[in-house]
Ligand binder design. Structure first.
Ligand code: CP3
Length: 339
C-alpha cells in the first residue's frame, strides 16, 4: 500500500517525494484518446466504468502516487439547471446574469443527480485496492461562478467582475448557492470513498488581494469548514495566488497548491507548516530529458527536504506533451528525492 501521498498531505516524513499531475488523465495519453474516440467527453464522465478506466491509466503508465477521479469541475453545475456542453471548452447555453437566474438554480440531490460520479469513486476504490489513494475534487465557488456567469471561458472575466461591483447582492446570492452545492457535492464524494479532496480555484488569481479577501475567501472558507474531513486532507489550489498566499491560507485546508510563478521555498516560508503541492511549469515537459531532470531537481532543492511536499505541475498537463516526458518527470522526482 502506497501512503506516500497522504502522509505528505499531513506533513509526515516520507521515503521519497510523492508525485501526481493535475489533468493526468487526458488527451496527451494515446490510451485516453482510444477510449475518448468512442464517446464525447461528457459521456465519458457519465459512464463510471470508462471514467474509472481513464483515471487508472496514469497510475499504470506514469507510476504516480495518487489517482484522481475523472470528471470535470462543471459536472455538478449542470443539474443546478444549466445545460452544459464542451466544444472543447465548456459552454453554458443560459448563463446566470440576474437575481431571477440565481433563484431558478436548484441544489442537486447528489445521489440522484450525479450518481455516475459517486459510482466512479466506488469502482475506483475497488480497482485501486489501496495501490494508491484516490483524490476527489471540485471547483472552488468562485471559479464555478466565473463559468456560470460568463457562460464560457474568458480573457478578462469582465461579466462576473461587473456583477461583483454593480450587483453585489446577486453575486452574493449566487456564491452562497454554489457554496452550498459544492459542500454537498464534495461531502458526497467523501462518503463514496474519496481519500483526499482538491479544490480547484483556477481563476481566483484574476482578483486583487483585497477583492479576493472580500469576494472569494468567505465562501471558500465556509466550503472547507463544511466538509466532513476528519481523515481527509484538503488541497486548495488557487492559480495565480503567489502574491496573496497569506490571505488564501486563511481559507483552511492541509495543502496549498502552487503554480510556477512563485519560488516553492519562498512560498513555504510564507505558509509556515502548511504542506505544499507543486510547482513545475507545465511547459517544461516539452524540454529535452536533461532539462526536465534539472528543473525537477531545482523544485526539490527549493523545498530543501522539508516534510509536506507533494510534487506536481503548477497547472494541468498540456494535451500535446509527449507521454514519455511525463514518465521521465515522475521517475526523476522519485529517484532524486529517494531518502
Ligand atoms: O486531473 C484529472 O486528470 C481529472 C480530470 C479533470 C478534468 N478537468 C478533465 C477534463 C479535472 C480535475 C478537471 C478540472 C477542471 N475542469 C478545471 C480546473 C483545473 C484547470 O485546468 O484549471 C477547469 C477550469 C475545468 C473546466 C474545463 N474542462 C475546461 C476549461 C476544459 C477545456 C480546456 C481544454 O483543455 O480543452 C475542460 C475539458 C476537460 N476536462 C478535458 C478533460 C480531460 C478535455 C476534454 C476532452 O477530452 O475533449
Amino acid at each position: 500500500m502506497n501512503t506516500r501521498f497522504l502522509d505528505a498531505c499531513w506533513g509526515k516524513p516520507v521515503d521519497r517525494t510523492p508525485v501526481w499531475l493535475m489533468r493526468q488523465a487526458g488527451r496527451y495519453l494515446p490510451d485516453y484518446m482510444r477510449v475518448r474516440s468512442k464517446c464525447s467527453f461528457l459521456e465519458l464522465c457519465k459512464t463510471p466504468e470508462l471514467a474509472a478506466e481513464v483515471s487508472i491509466q496514469p497510475v499504470d503508465i506514469l507510476g504516480v502516487d495518487a489517482a484522481i477521479l475523472f470528471s470535470d469541475i462543471l459536472t455538478p453545475v449542470e443539474p443546478m439547471g444549466l445545460k452544459l456542453d464542451f466544444v472543447p471548452g465548456p459552454v453554458f447555453e443560459t448563463p446566470v446574469r440576474t437575481m431571477a437566474d440565481v433563484e431558478r438554480l436548484r441544489i442537486p440531490q447528489m445521489e440522484q443527480d450525479v450518481p455516475y460520479v459517486l459510482e466512479t469513486i466506488k469502482i475506483l476504490r475497488k480497482e485501486l485496492a489501496g495501490k494508491v489513494p484516490l483524490i476527489g475534487f471540485g471547483g472552488a465557488p468562485f471559479t464555478l461562478a466565473c463559468y456560470m456567469v460568463e457562460g464560457k471561458g474568458s480573457k478578462d472575466f469582465a461579466l462576473i467582475k461587473k456583477m461583483m461591483y454593480t450587483a453585489p447582492e446577486v453575486y452574493a446570492a449566487l456564491m452562497e448557492k454554489i457554496t452550498t452545492m459544492d459542500m454537498e457535492y464534495l461531502n458526497a464524494q467523501i462518503k463514496a470513498g474519496a481519500q483526499a479532496i482538491q479544490i480547484f480555484d483556477t481563476w481566483g488569481g484574476i482578483l486583487s488581494p483585497s477583492d479576493y479577501q472580500k469576494y472569494v475567501l468567505p465562501y471558500t472558507t465556509r466550503l472547507i469548514n463544511g466538509l466532513n474531513r476528519q481523515n481527509i486532507p484538503i488541497i486548495h489550489f488557487v492559480k495565480g495566488s503567489g502574491t496573496m498566499l497569506d490571505i488564501v491560507k486563511q481559507a483552511g485546508g492541509e495543502v496549498m497548491g502552487l503554480d510556477w510563478h512563485i519560488n516553492l521555498g519562498k512560498a513555504r516560508d510564507i505558509l509556515g507548516n502548511m504542506a505544499v503541492q507543486g510547482n513545475l511549469d507545465p511547459t517544461v515537459l516539452y524540454a529535452p530529458k536533461a532539462v526536465i531532470e534539472k528543473e525537477v531537481k531545482r523544485v526539490l532543492d527549493e523545498n530543501a527536504g522539508r516534510p509536506g511536499h507533494i510534487f506536481n505541475l503548477g497547472h494541468g498537463i498540456l494535451p500535446t506533451v509527449p507521454p514519455e516526458n511525463a514518465i521521465h518527470m515522475v521517475e526523476c522526482v522519485h529517484r532524486l528525492s529517494q531518502k
